[in-house]
Write a protein that binds this ligand. Sequence first.
Ligand SMILES: Nc1nc2c(ncn2[C@@H]2O[C@H](COP(=O)(O)OP(=O)(O)OP(=O)(O)O)[C@@H](O)[C@H]2O)c(=O)[nH]1
Ligand SMILES: [Zn+2]
Length: 350
Amino acid sequence: MVEEIQFYEPDELHGFLSNFSPSPITLSNVVWPTSEHYYQAQKFDDPDIQNEILHAPTPDEAFRLSRHYANKVKKDWMDVRHAVMRYIVFEKFRQNNQLAHLLVSTGDKLLTEHSHKDSYWGDGGDGKGQNELGKILMEVRDYFAEREPYNLVHFVDSAKLPTQWGTFQMYGFVEQSTGKEHLALVYGELDANQPPLIRLHSECLTGDALFSARCDCGFQLSRAMENIVNAGSGVLFYLRQEGRGIGLINKIRAYHLQDNGADTVEANEALGFAADMRDYSFCRGMLSFLNIKSVNLMTNNPRKVKALEKAGIDINKRVALQEGNNPHNNGYLKTKAAKLGHMFDDAFIK
Ligand SMILES: Nc1nc2c(ncn2[C@@H]2O[C@H](COP(=O)(O)OP(=O)(O)OP(=O)(O)O)[C@@H](O)[C@H]2O)c(=O)[nH]1
Ligand SMILES: [Zn+2]
């Protein structure tokens, strides 16, 4: 059975699908506050009425004004209204990245405008209406669903995550090509015109959760979260790339080989893996969802910088994150510098 999403009020769970939900749309230097404002204004040829609707304080008021001027609606309106609606709904999602991601994340569910007032755009309240708005939304969804970055990850839900440093908002995503679940922990308000401080942290269960001193991951994770809070805003992406992409059990095998003298790169190769199996291309989906185009990236890894650049993300600045050098990981850090190119200050790994 096909699952259905019914929407109507803009402040309900799937309210972003409603034409009444706030979604600025710029057309010929004019900013329409909602698709409803634009749609109602197009009923008239009179520029004064159009202008009055454009400046209506709410979409409800835009709707009311259009009813008020009902006798001035242009003659061919019924012939063109579907095309007008299709155009503005497409623009709404094309110009509001996060809304396009949310739309694609509805998957293949049936989208229904559940309106007892409208049996053309909506389902008429009894399910017998034509649901033309729902059909347009599904058509727009099909368009974005096959395109990057919308097809890279699906956003699922978001919730608060209080931590010892501060309260983050945690966003959950599913990578479409692998089914892996990734997180973005957002702190503070992101400013669309300022590159935020971010960390792309590759999962390391042993270091991040089990206090391992074999690597520097856990130390870097805490410092990155602290730095983000101190900066006032930023994002920690927690990427499920355990063991540089070989998985936890293979990492244990690699550690076993290292217990017997191999270094971290030799161990991977002995197991038949490349030194680093991580792919970062899906990160563009999460960054786009958060409307981030340029970043200040906390990392010592030049491959990460290159991979992100290749994925179309501008690295405004690299910020070193040198943490947790200790007798158990000193050899590992030296190998990372020598063989994987990690940029450490000499004083840090001496
Ligand atoms: N295969 C393998 N993975 C490891 C080993 N030690 C740590 N890892 C994994 O390496 C990943 C972290 O990579 P690092 O090279 O420490 O750091 P990075 O992410 O490349 O670079 P930074 O951004 O500077 O931290 C995590 O997924 C760890 O689980 C190891 O000996 N073998
Ligand atoms: Zn680690």
